[in-house]
Design a protein around this ligand. Structure first.
Ligand code: SF4
Length: 326
């Protein structure tokens, strides 16, 4: 490992793989046919107000094909350009632990057995949809030598910001899921965060990051709040015109946040992306790779890097409480 990789400005997922595995892995995104309790009427039928899976889950474009076919098509395309690549299958769309454990096992096994170069799974889910059987199943793959990430939506630790976004779980559910996943065979937990929620201050965002960095969380995905066409958030945005993050402010927030992460945490994504035809606002749209360059330049200008402002003893504020001064 050279010096730049040993002390990168930002430990991207690619660097994390090289550091921890010695080689990179690529994700193959599948839509495995799950739904979400926040959509099927169990918790609500509207979903989180910002969510349209088609805007972020690449695998939805292959929905309807079997898991095997979805994996095979993407894998073959990548191998033509990059022979020798190894893979994780990314269960991305909807809530991918929302089914009886036998169903989960069958779908995960289907993905893992497509080819010998599939090394593991990345499973996106809600923290309130991880019963003990699902956690044990995921840990059993890790125990068998598979590489397993579990991606949990959090967005913010400040539950009051979610009251009208219809997330329908609280930070306590997130913390509980992280601790249960961390017990037993080690899994890698990735927290999904959104910056720029209506009413969210810089302090709220930094408290969320400090909270996550104090937990056994191995990675973070940062997204900016954007309004996707057809979502309940679009209707609210047209009524209220609440402020959305400008690119300069947002890149500064993420740089501030990355400074608060532990040095071992993987930064998997630094902004949201949506197809142009689905995006209402903000009008800037940025590939995560380009945003990464913007943030790295900011860190260089500041003379800082990931971990500069990490709090080794954890945050001083109690999680989930609104800070006294904003
Ligand atoms: S963001 Fe996740 S939990 Fe919320 S509606 Fe979409 S799939 Fe369900």
């Amino acid at each position: 490992m050279n010096v730049a990789e040993d002390k990168p400005l930002i430990l991207t997922l690619g660097r994390w793989f090289r550091r921890n595995l010695g080689y990179p892995l690529r994700k193959l995104s599948v839509d495995a046919g799950f739904t979400c309790p926040n959509r099927d009427g169990t918790l609500s039928s509207g979903g989180c107000t910002f969510c349209d899976n088609r805007s972020f889950a690449v695998g939805t474009r292959l929905a309807g094909l079997s898991i095997t076919e979805q994996v095979s098509r993407q894998r073959e395309q990548i191998l033509q350009r990059h022979p020798g690549t190894r893979f994780l299958v990314y269960f991305q769309a909807n809530t991918n632990t929302y089914a009886p454990v036998e169903v989960l096992r069958a779908r995960y096994d289907q993905a893992l057995t497509v080819a010998g170069d599939i090394d593991g799974l990345a499973v996106g889910t809600r923290p309130d949809c991880l019963d003990d059987a699902a956690v044990e199943l995921l840990q059993s793959y890790a125990g068998a030598g598979r590489h397993v990430w579990v991606e949990l939506g959090l967005q913010s630790i400040h539950d009051h910001l979610h009251a009208d976004l219809n997330r329908a779980y609280g930070v306590q559910a997130f913390d509980d899921a992280v601790h249960r996943l961390a017990a037993g065979h080690p899994l890698h937990v990735c927290a999904h965060l959104i910056f720029g929620l209506p009413g969210e201050s810089w302090r709220h965002m930094m408290e969320t990051v400090e909270h996550v960095a104090a937990l056994p969380v191995a990675g973070v995905k940062f997204h900016h709040l954007h309004v996707v066409r057809g979502t309940p958030l679009e209707a609210r945005y047209r009524r209220e015109r609440f402020p959305l993050p400008a690119i300069d402010a947002y890149s500064g927030w993420v740089a501030d946040a990355i400074q608060r992460l532990r040095l071992d945490m993987a930064v998997q994504r630094v902004c949201g992306e949506a197809p142009a035809e689905m995006l209402v606002e903000p009008s800037w749209s940025c590939a995560s790779r380009r945003m990464l360059g913007i943030i790295e330049r900011r860190l260089v200008q500041r003379g800082t890097r990931q971990g500069t402002d990490w709090l080794p003893h954890g945050p001083v504020h109690p999680h989930g409480q609104r800070p006294a001064s904003l």
